[in-house]
Design a protein around this ligand. Sequence first.
Ligand code: TXA
Ligand code: MG
Length: 318
Amino acid sequence: MKNSYSNIFAFNKKILKKVINILKKGNIAGLPTETVYGVAGNAYSRKPIKKIFKLKGRPNSNPLIIHYLNFDNAKQDIVINNNFKILYKYFCPGPITFILKRKISSKINPIACANLNTVAVRFPKHKVLRFILKEIDFPLAMPSANKSTRVSPVSAKDVYDEFKKKISLIIDGGVSKIGIESTVIDLTSHPKILRPGVIHKKFIEKTLKLKIGKNTRNKLVKSPGIMKKHYSPGIPVLINQKKYDGKSAYIYLGQKYKNKKNFFSLSKNQNLNIAASNLYKTFRLIKKKGYKKIQISKIPNKGSGIAINDRIKHASNS
Ligand code: TXA
Ligand code: MG
């Protein structure tokens, strides 16, 4: 069914056919995932990859995540190791991305991997995306559907707001449940978290029965895409704020300032998973309301709070 946005479509058989056709022809589409919305193209083909980089204004040095239906479909492109097998079994399909060595015979277009010999692979859970992956014989290269350095979209309408009609088809799969990007873990040597997410370091350590080193995301280099400026709502963000300045939008946890103008709670009962799922939504809402600055109170650095702090710290570097 069509709605008031002529390139946003609800999912049905007809649209499934249409999107498959678009992807097979080397074009791109805006698709839902359980984490955030992505812009997808055939990972084995040069043309759609080029289009994705151009659309996002993304530096060529920042590789894309390749999305597969399952292990069997991925194994021809990646070098499998034991840690991957274990984590796949526990967490997939789900919001976790693995950095693995790329097979020399891999069909993934090298541009998608920024010409590295590693590749980021993910097995998404969203039903709509899984329907699509079942119907095609190639994986999907799919970064978040936002302009480079900006906040990821969590609804079809957010994707529209980013790119308007520059994408011919966006599928509406509802609001993304998780609301922040997948955990990225490097498994090419001793496991390292490159981007925290709702699958926490602690879960992973328990599952692999080993200790993961300190999160290297802010120092480091291994994730080529990690730029200082990222996840920016387009207005200044100040973190660890104790005192409200009287005019900015103030983001906090709980209900202390319930119904008070300019105050935005990420979760009334301070649930950090819910808070994570509301973060980008709240950034976009605040921007839309015309605020000039965002203040954020201190967020506990545990569980999904680690991922929230990672994103807001980057946002505050803008
Ligand atoms: O939840 C998600 O992961 C979403 C949805 C759409 O699946 N996708 C997403 O993609 O967040 P993107 O492109 O916005 O972020 C991918 C991250 C970047 O930080 C990139 O640098 C890193 O993964 N990455 C990709 N390939 C890599 C590689 N070979 N080595 C290290 N980091 C890599
Ligand atoms: Mg992104």
